[in-house]
Design a protein around this ligand. Sequence first.
Ligand code: ATP
Length: 365
Amino acid sequence: MAEIILEGVTKRFPDGALAVKDVDLDIADGEFVILVGPSGCGKSTTLNMIAGLEDITEGTLRIGDRVVNDLAPKERDVAMVFQSYALYPHMNVRENMGFPLRLAKVDKATINAKVEEAAQILDLTGHLDRKPANLSGGQRQRVAMGRAIVRDPKAFLMDEPLSNLDAKLRVQMRTQISRLQRSLGTTTVYVTHDQTEAMTLGDRVVVMRQGLVQQIGAPAELYDSPRNIFVAGFIGSPAMNFLNAALEAGVLRSPVGDLPLDDRMRQALERQKAPREVIIGLRPEAFEDVALAHDRDRTGPAFAATVEVLESLGSDVYVYFTAEGGPATTTELEELATDSGLRDTGAQAAQQIVARLDAATRARE
Ligand code: ATP
């Protein structure tokens, strides 16, 4: 079993900086776990402690059935894949991929067989005799993956492995890594600052901020039930809207419409002292019938707002608007409106939209 268990893991650097605070995390054998958060939140330091590249100040780290706090990196049987790939420029692909096995004094025939097998998986068979300088970014990244695979380690530890690739290649490699991890079934811990990568790759995602774990959960769980405003705002693109609202007679009055409250929330809010101001979080897709104000007359619980910017991404249009409770975004501009010349975006500022909360949100208890 190659589970990875962190109990109360803390890192204080010699200069006093507290980079990681009391992290508890159980990673199951074969699980793909993503550490995500803004720059400086402690995700690389956490990964480096698992790899053995940083000492652990406090807490216990187990890999498989061993406590590894005091084991050197090479004794932990984990393979690291870095953003920089860290390939040797003077070695060809075959030698780069076989290097960890040569270090471990594995015999030549076995090394060859393992390298060939990994090259097959990674579609590198035709490039085995090339030097890294003669490979594309995506191919180099695959060589770095290959070097990790040949060792058949207990775990893969990946630190932003895709961040040097262009956007298109990043999406391709993301799919490859996902497929590869599933077929090998190797426990994987993957660091990224990119919430899209986190949401699409991981079985579970650990959201960190300022050295503290904010929430651990499956991607859908983080999206649907964020535990705090930070997670709510960090996960999802475009980001969740936060608007000021007030509690009045058991209903939340918001600038974009009234929202019902379930009993638990109503009681919790009523226990608070006046004024009963709250922040509501609405996903950009929580609106419907969004249209330019002149497009049609509205009936029902609608609101009007001023458009700041319209961004057309081809398939989607993002509408950035200002409601009374603050700025907000929606992705739900109606097809009808988008067809009528709206793709010419810059000119759309200062237009009015009318919209309403979608039925599911209006009815949500
Ligand atoms: P990034 O996405 O920018 O790489 P990160 O989430 O991986 O960020 P870490 O590199 O783990 O963050 O750093 C966490 C904190 O620890 C930061 O405040 C950083 O400045 C600090 N830190 C990192 N390495 C050291 C060090 N060697 N000495 C002192 N402080 C450090």
